[in-house]
Write a protein that binds this ligand. Structure first.
Ligand code: SF4
Ligand code: SF4
Length: 392
């Protein structure tokens, strides 16, 4: 059985992080070990926006690692298309880490190493920042954020930031889910802890219509952190608090089926939740505190906001979206916002399916619907359209 803690931070983030770690059984390191704290710094958005891990949570984890004798280092690489230096500046991460007594590593200047993953299902090799391999241990520290393709982005998906930006298009082309789990399995022996920053989460929902990217959204004050040693279990508890069954999240289902962690056999500890099995009680207790931000696709499959944001108000359920995504249909990607002709989407496309015209990108007919161009566009100008809308 895995143990996961949920702690309400209620204005005192440092205490909240400390208690969450203690309740989850603590962080096991030997004195002097280098611990890579890996936040989600996916884009140049400020701390507290719900789009990046907050500096309060990062600082609290850095202090904690230091207090137990570790050498905390912090680093991440944003999504392709987002400038690392601008991201580090706007998030305020470097200053916060150094103030807390840690060392910030600029991953954009780090050496790189290619690792082979012999047991991989899809990602047989991948290029990582060297620090991910030289650190003695890794702590995943994501923000609690909705994601158009994976439902939520949490501890496991956060590991993708350890790969080089140009590797991620390959991961998307290979199907994203299995490659992420391949990466997770390759690093698993080093990963000692995960903590989801739910102080401010992000629902990233538009009322209807096409989806515009994972780098904008509506911040939602949740005042909570979720922590544990088993990343699959931590993400499962976070998913349940968001009203999503872990088995309905492809990333978690695959991780569980590949024996990388628990999705049901979990003891949840916390301020308001007594030790108990996840399945029985957590949903009801925590949903109230989330102010119905996320709607369970199980409880409400017809009006799931994420689904509607992805494919417009006519769509019925996430299953319908998954079915649509399985069909490779050319020109599903459309220009739906203001484009400044930066060319980042052209660079990001792994199959050279985008050309830059006078009025922005022209999407060709070789599209694999990997959606990395949508994710990469800093202007959130690209969107996914339903098949009917494209052919209309
Ligand atoms: S759609 Fe326009 S703004 Fe967005 S990445 Fe492509 S060229 Fe840049
Ligand atoms: S155009 Fe298609 S294949 Fe190219 S990055 Fe966009 S979604 Fe992927």
């Amino acid at each position: 059985m895995s143990v996961v803690s949920i702690v309400k931070t209620d204005g005192n983030v440092e205490d909240g992080v400390k208690r969450a770690v203690e309740l989850a059984g603590g962080i096991d390191i030997d004195s002097g070990e280098t611990v890579l704290v890996k936040p989600n710094l996916s884009c140049a958005k400020p701390s507290g926006s719900g789009l990046v891990t907050s500096v309060e949570v990062i600082s609290a984890m850095v202090k904690l690692v230091k207090d137990i004798g570790g050498k905390p280092i912090v680093g991440d690489l944003p999504i392709a298309g987002w400038d690392p230096q601008e991201t580090y500046k706007i998030t305020g991460v470097k200053k916060a880490v150094e103030k807390a007594g840690g060392q910030f590593i600029d991953f954009s200047k780090d050496e790189t190493v290619t690792i082979q993953i012999p047991d991989a299902v899809k990602l047989k090799s991948v290029k990582l920042v060297r620090t991910a391999l030289t650190a003695d241990a890794i702590i995943s520290l994501p923000v609690f954020k909705a994601h158009f393709f994976t439902g939520l982005t949490l501890c496991i998906k956060n590991l993708k930031g350890l790969t080089l930006q140009n590797q991620r298009q390959r991961m998307h082309v290979l199907g994203l889910f299995e490659p992420i789990i391949d990466l997770f399995s390759a690093l698993k022996s080093k990963i000692i802890f995960g903590l989801v920053d739910g102080t401010v989460g992000c629902e990233s929902i538009k009322p209807s219509g096409p989806y515009y990217g994972p780098t904008e959204g509506k911040p939602v004050k949740l005042d909570m952190v979720i922590a544990g040693k088993d990343l699959v279990a931590v993400d499962s508890v976070a998913a349940v608090t968001a009203g999503i069954k872990p088995k309905d999240m492809k990333i978690l289902k695959i991780a569980y089926e590949r024996g990388l962690g628990e999705i049901e056999d979990i003891e949840v500890r916390g301020d308001k939740v007594k030790p108990q099995k996840l399945k029985k009680t957590l949903f009801g207790r925590v949903m109230g505190s989330l102010n119905s931000v996320w709607t369970s696709r199980v409880a409400n499959p017809v009006t799931h906001p994420l689904v509607k944001r992805l494919f417009g108000p006519q769509i019925e359920s996430l299953r319908a979206v998954e079915k649509e995504l399985e069909e490779v249909v050319p020109s599903r990607i459309v220009l739906a916002g203001e484009c400044d002709n930066c060319g980042i989407c052209v660079e990001s496309c792994g199959v050279a399916n985008i050309k830059l015209g006078k009025k922005g990108p022209i999407i060709g007919d070789k599209c694999l619907v990997c959606l990395i161009c949508v994710e990469s566009c800093p202007k959130q100008a690209l969107a996914v359209k339903r098949v009917e809308e494209v052919s209309a």
